[in-house]
Ligand binder design. Structure first.
Ligand SMILES: Cc1cc2nc3c(=O)[nH]c(=O)nc-3n(C[C@H](O)[C@H](O)[C@H](O)COP(=O)(O)OP(=O)(O)OC[C@H]3O[C@@H](n4cnc5c(N)ncnc54)[C@H](O)[C@@H]3O)c2cc1C
Length: 369
């Protein structure tokens, strides 16, 4: 049976960043992807925001990798001319009773070493964004937007030029520990091969890949719930330059319906939070009224008739209580040394793609190579 050193499962932004990173140093890397092209799932269905890392619990991987990832991503964009913009963002307390929450969030940002962040007054909000409503806001200057397709294209080309073999239309349906190797099979071909190291970046299916290799995903709390987020776009250009967010949900299930602008200046509202059993990306027009209610708290003079259903994305949210962190680990303690699982890579996964790749490379260089 053919043997390779590394197999990466999934060509979303995380799998691509890992492929680009590992291929700078190692050879013999294969990447298996279900779809006919890279980046067709969550990585192309999100807000395209480069987060600064304010929200996440102190010392979590999300906080650590977001702070590092934010800087790495801006540098990468500048180096390779990836379209992006350091817009800045306002997190707004819309009335006085939200100010205590806002201050708590600011302290969280400080604990997470987020720089270029300050609390501003009602007048200062107006001076920055005259259409915004708010009594006070956190102004985060290191938040921005990115063209995620250009980012993935660059990562793909780097990996390909470094010799990574991309196998599209290859859905992994067999993963078995076999001595020092993992036996791998795919749905579309009657063919099996062996790999010394397997990196599971299968996004919404990453728990299923873990199950395939025999991990009890209930016991280890690896089970993913689909958490859909829909967007509405606005047909009129408005003079808004910064991203505008409400105070987030307490459990961080989502960041609240917020207002983003894309690099073309188009306004979008969303994403909301809806747990679903079957994957679907339809945007239900009947949600328009509730989106409007959320958005008009943040922004004046909106017209509901100008809000149109846009796209939706699905978060791979880890089941279980509280705010769950990213799972990124070599599964040595489960007798699966060489399997690196990445599970629950929801937001800020796009921001973190390069820091996640560095983190995985470190696991490999310190433990597996
Ligand atoms: C609504 C929403 C808004 C978001 N907004 C932001 C944001 O503004 N900023 C931010 O930083 N992050 C954001 N995120 C999070 C970010 O989009 C994700 O963290 C990131 O895209 C995850 O990338 P990935 O490569 O892990 O997953 P994916 O992009 O889902 O890639 C996984 C890949 O694995 C493949 N795959 C699955 N199963 C198999 C199999 N069996 N065999 C082979 N291949 C397989 C899939 O086809 C897919 O291509 C948002 C997410 C959502 C849903």
């Amino acid at each position: 049976m053919e043997k390779v050193k590394f197999t990466i499962i999934g060509a979303g932004v995380v799998g691509l960043a890992i492929a680009a990173k590992l291929s700078e140093k190692y050879e013999d890397i294969i990447l298996l992807e279900s779809n006919e092209k890279y980046g067709q799932e969550t990585s192309s269905r999100n807000s395209e925001v480069i987060h600064s890392g304010i929200y996440y619990p102190e010392n979590s991987l999300k906080a650590e990798l977001c702070a590092i990832g934010n800087k790495l991503l801006y540098n990468f964009c500048e180096k390779y001319n990836i379209p992006h913009k350091r817009t800045g963002k306002l997190i707004i307390a819309v009335d006085n009773h939200e100010i205590a929450e806002l201050e708590k969030l600011y302290e969280q940002g400080q604990k997470n070493n987020v720089d270029n962040m300050q609390i501003i007054s009602e007048n200062e909000i107006k001076a920055l964004e005259h259409l915004a409503n708010g009594k006070a806001a956190i102004y985060s200057k290191n938040t921005g937007i990115i063209d995620s397709h250009s980012l993935m294209k660059q990562l793909y080309h780097q990996a390909e030029q470094n010799g990574v073999v991309f196998c599209f239309n290859n859905t992994v349906n067999l993963l078995e520990k076999n001595g020092n190797y993992f036996k791998i099979g795919v749905e579309q071909e009657d063919y099996e091969f062996q790999s010394e190291i397997v990196i599971n970046c299968a996004g919404l299916n990453s728990d299923k890949i873990a199950k395939l290799v025999g991990i009890d995903i209930e016991k280890h709390e690896y089970k993913i719930r689909y958490c859909k987020g829909s967007y509405f776009s606005y047909s009129q250009r408005l003079p808004i330059e910064r991203l505008i967010y409400p105070i987030p949900h307490k459990d961080l299930a989502g960041l609240g319906v917020h207002i983003t602008i894309d690099l073309g200046g188009r306004l979008r509202f969303g994403p909301d939070v809806e747990f679903i059993d079957e994957l679907n990306y339809d945007v239900d027009i009947s949600k328009r009224a509730s989106f409007f209610e959320g958005a008009k708290k943040l922004l004046k003079d909106l017209d509901i008739e100008k809000m149109q259903p846009d796209c939706a994305g699905v978060r791979p949210k880890l089941a279980g209580a509280g705010v769950r962190d990213f799972i990124i680990k070599n599964e040595k303690d489960k007798n699966l040394d060489g399997l690196i699982n990445l599970i629950g890579i929801e937001s800020p996964g796009l921001t973190c793609c390069l820091s996640i790749a560095d983190y995985v490379e470190k696991i490999i260089s310190e433990n597996l190579s």
